[in-house]
Write a protein that binds this ligand. Structure first.
Ligand code: AP5
Length: 222
């Protein structure tokens, strides 16, 4: 499967991608995670992107396209891949198609995860992330067993600096302006599948696998 997960901040892209990775062994590529890794390493790229990420603005296209191109070309994509948080602009979508065309691995599905604004705000303001391994929790929906500690590695849980209400609203505005053309882009290619992302992750996973199964035969599944 070669999939793009599209959706507003907090739609649950990362959570669903982790589920798919665990159950299907698919490679998960998140530009948000890649950028946060750069910021953590304090590299010159990390310093450059920090101001964009923490204010809720998009990092320039050239930077994220290069990051994803390097990852895709250096990875084993035989079992497929999931793109989470990329593409986010029409330019990124066009460049991605060119890269994948060169690799003979075109996108098969773009899942548009629909969620309402109140649910987004509730999810993002309550999200907590492990500083050590990146596992994602929610103080109400998916709490860790011990408050403030990661179940997987015992690392400290923290709140992302861009998960405050003012920055979430900026991210939503940026998303509406820049990512709506990406939804249209995949719709025109006949690859867009809309899914209700307010349901439980397990049900959402089943819906997605069902859609892929239904289309098996009409398109190349693996
Ligand atoms: P990024 O990290 O990609 O942030 P985002 O798109 O805003 O998405 P999130 O990570 O906030 O949410 P998600 O949909 O993954 O939700 P999650 O699964 O965690 O990007 C951050 C920044 O990096 C951008 O603002 C930009 O600056 C830069 N950037 C990244 N990519 C870029 C690009 N391509 N171009 C330019 N700049 C780029 O879930 C959220 C919460 O909800 C969690 O607490 C979770 O436990 C809970 N939850 C999830 N699913 C469910 C469910 N089904 N039911 C109940 N709770 C749920």
């Amino acid at each position: 499967m070669r999939i793009v997960l599209l959706g507003a901040p907090g739609a649950g892209k990362g959570t669903l991608a982790n589920h798919l990775k665990t159950k299907c062994g698919v490679l998960h590529l998140s530009t948000g995670d890649m950028l946060r890794e750069e910021m953590k390493s304090d590299s010159s790229l990390g310093k450059e992107v920090k101001k964009y990420v923490e204010s809720g603005a998009l990092v320039p296209d050239e930077v994220v396209i290069k990051l994803i191109e390097n990852k895709l070309k250096g990875a084993d994509v035989a079992k497929g891949f999931l793109l989470d948080g990329f593409p986010r602009t029409a330019k990124q979508a066009q460049n991605l198609d060119e890269i994948l065309e060169g690799m003979g691995q075109p996108i098969q599905y773009s899942f548009f995860m629909e969620v309402s604004l109140p649910v987004i705000l509730q999810r993002l303001t309550g999200r907590r992330v492990c500083r050590q391994c990146g596992a994602v929790y929610h103080i109400k929906n998916m709490p860790s067993k011990v408050e403030g500690k990661c179940d997987v590695c015992d690392g400290e849980l923290y709140q992302r600096p861009d998960d405050n209400e003012a920055t979430i609203r900026t991210r939503m505005d940026v998303y509406t302006k820049s990512t709506t053309p990406v939804i249209e882009y995949y719709d025109q290619q006949g690859k867009l599948k809309k899914v209700n992302a307010e349901q439980e992750t397990e049900k959402l996973f089943d819906e997605l696998i069902g859609i892929i199964g239904q289309n098996d035969g009409k398109s190349d599944k693996d």
